[in-house]
Design a protein around this ligand. Sequence first.
Ligand code: HEC
Length: 173
Amino acid sequence: MNNGVFNKRTILLAGLIMFFVGSAYAEKQQVLPAPNGIEIPIGYKNWRLIGITHRTDNKSLRVILGNSAAIKAVHSGKTNPWPNGVILAKLVWKDRQLDTWPAATVPGDFNHAEFMFKDSKKYPETGGWGYARWKGLDLIPYGKDASFVQECAYCHKAASKTDNAFTIPALLP
Ligand code: HEC
């Protein structure tokens, strides 16, 4: 009798474990890694806001989100340099005017998601940051081969005074 209950519970537990492992695996498998081997961080859509930008040159809206290490760095004012372990995410949408209020610019088509991983030991050649980008809603890895990071790091040198990151955390009350 006791054994029977134990067995049922074991089977249920094993089933649950398989379900959770399976769904974590599925989430990981859906998006291919970037050509430099960097994987898209699981759960980045739940990260917290650091900044917002609007580019008038290429008409797009962006939000910059950070993992918990980034949020901790922002709260303690330690963002120059950003500590190792910080990941900054940038999500980009094309500008769209709101039908009901055309003066309002809102997110239109999704352009890409891109990330900077701070690790001064692992990425010394690219200013201490690992770079990766995924295009469109299907999150297709960007770059023909691992050398695409040169393009990212080169342009980000314009922000060398702020640890190669452009984002200045938005003020919050
Ligand atoms: C031609 C210049 C240029 C190139 C190339 C470039 N970036 Fe950026 N990046 C910027 C600018 C400017 C910002 C800040 C304004 C904004 O949000 O667009 C930025 C911001 C970011 C941010 C938010 C953190 C920060 O630095 O403010 C991430 C993450 C990022 N870029 C990743 C990448 C990745 C990955 C690549 C290469 C695949 C890349 N960038 C290539 C100019 C560039």
